[in-house]
Design a protein around this ligand. Structure first.
Ligand code: UGA
Length: 428
């Protein structure tokens, strides 16, 4: 099938490249000329494992352009994959989606399916439809489909090709048939529903996962206060199939470009529709408090922070990505700096991006350089290379053998045996 993709971010690029892998012909469009230049020269503008290989393998089936017309004309299915960032009041900024809908309307020359892939509040498909109706120049038919993505950064290619489910929200039999044909090669369950339900499945799924994380973080705090161990509690809870073991990892809270934004947007749309989703407001509050408690933990261990050197391991919002959007590290580093601490940091992938946020902290080539002459090491992202650290070497390099671990990557007993003052989340 012939597919146009509008927006070459994590979602759009992964969708485009993976659809080419499934055998379709794809035109990927972005209005960022630098990004398209990079893609045309074979360089990926983002770090996503496996994507580079797939792009090379399918290069004959993928075209890049800065012109939306190229994504519309001659293509049967057009994906909208542009950003929907948060406005200050928590509502999603849908102006990019609207602009794209108007542009698509301009070039509509035959029946097309316009797919909303970006995460949007319920009823957005209706708005896209109204907008295209209003601005289209020819009397051609079209359908708007909601096909939310469930890709995780770092495993996006795998998540696309082997998803738990594919959700397709349609209002016509014709669109349903085409969408099922598009995903024919993927063997996962396909749920075909109305567009509004599909839109809600996305917001409800992300908000539920965020709730799970805040819930276990709240339990971790109770564990600390009572002397229990959150890892054991999570294990015992997770073996109940109704609860499930995933997303029960206590830490410094969720970040990234999705959960914080989507929880805000779900609270906002619920309110707009007339429902006070107070549970989600609390989920958000617990998440924010989790970082504050972590900073307090650092202060409780080091006492005053003025002129102390704090070595940070991990800057990205989670491992296997260079993405630092809404990363807890940004909030934590900012606060430590305000309290007078000097920061040294290392991350396997995210330092280039973090240099734009904090140009004035010291970036190191490896974890050992971070530990050298620091007053403590603080772990903010659970990169696997940190699990394999030579801890004896780290201990010798530190001014004091102190590790404060926001991701629970080590066993407390083992760390104590090695002579560390080891603080983590929800366990002693
Ligand atoms: C998330 C969802 O998992 C995807 O299904 C969805 O498609 C995507 O948002 C989106 O809406 O685009 P992502 O933001 O890439 O994907 O990251 P996750 O792997 O879900 O992690 C989110 C955050 O939760 C991270 O900060 C992670 O550290 C944190 N987390 C996750 C925990 O603190 N504990 C856990 O047990 C799991």
């Amino acid at each position: 099938m012939r597919v146009g993709i509008i927006g070459c971010g994590y979602v759009g690029l992964t969708t485009g490249v993976c659809l080419a892998e499934l055998g379709h012909r794809v035109v990927c469009v972005d209005n960022d000329e630098e990004k398209i230049k990079k893609l045309l020269s074979g360089t990926l503008p983002i770090y996503e494992p496996g994507l580079d290989k797939l792009i090379k393998k399918n290069k004959n089936k993928i075209k890049f352009s800065t012109n939306i017309k190229d994504a519309v004309v001659n293509n049967e299915i057009i994906f909208i994959c542009v950003g929907t960032p948060s406005n200050p009041d928590g509502s999603p900024d849908l102006s990019y989606v609207e602009n794209v809908a108007r542009e698509i309307a301009k070039y509509l020359d035959s029946y097309k399916i316009i797919v909303e892939k970006s995460t949007v509040p319920v009823e957005t498909a209706d708005w896209i439809k109204k907008t295209i109706e209003r601005y289209k120049k020819n009397n051609v038919e079209f359908d708007v489909v909601s096909n939310p993505e469930f890709l995780r950064e770092g495993t996006a290619v795998h998540d696309f090709l082997y998803p738990d489910r594919i959700v397709i929200g349609v209002e016509s039999e014709k669109a349903k048939k085409s969408m099922l044909r598009l995903y024919q090669k993927i063997k996962s369950p396909k749920i075909v529903v109305d567009t509004k339900s599909a839109e809600l499945i996305k917001h409800a799924s992300n908000s539920f996962l965020a709730t799970k994380i805040s819930f276990i973080n709240a339990v971790a705090n109770i564990c600390e206060l009572s002397g229990a161990d959150v890892e054991k509690v999570a294990l015992g809870m997770g073996l109940d199939k109704r609860i499930g073991k995933d997303f029960l990892k206590a830490g410094i809270g969720y970040g990234g470009s999705c959960f914080p934004k989507d929880v805000n947007a779900f609270i906002w749309i619920s309110e707009k529709l007339g429902y006070d989703f107070s549970l989600l407001k609390e989920v958000k509050k617990i998440n924010e408090r989790q970082r504050e408690l972590f900073i307090k933990k650092i202060e409780d261990t080091l006492w005053t922070l003025k002129d102390k050197t704090i070595g940070i391991l991990g800057l990205s919002f989670k491992p296997n990505t260079d993405d630092i959007r809404e990363a807890p590290s940004i909030y934590i580093i900012k606060s430590l700096k305000e309290k007078g601490a000097k920061i040294k940091a290392y991350d396997p992938k995210a330092m280039v991006k973090m240099k734009q946020v904090f140009p004035d902290i010291t970036y190191c080539d490896n974890p050992y350089e971070v530990a050298k002459n620091s007053d403590c090491v603080v772990i903010l992202t659970e990169w696997s290379e940190f699990r394999k650290l030579d801890l004896k070497k780290i201990k010798n390099l530190l001014n004091q053998p102190i590790i404060i671990d926001g991701r629970n990557i080590f066993e407390p007993q083992k760390m104590t045996k090695l002579g560390f003052v080891y603080k983590c989340i929800g366990r002693k």
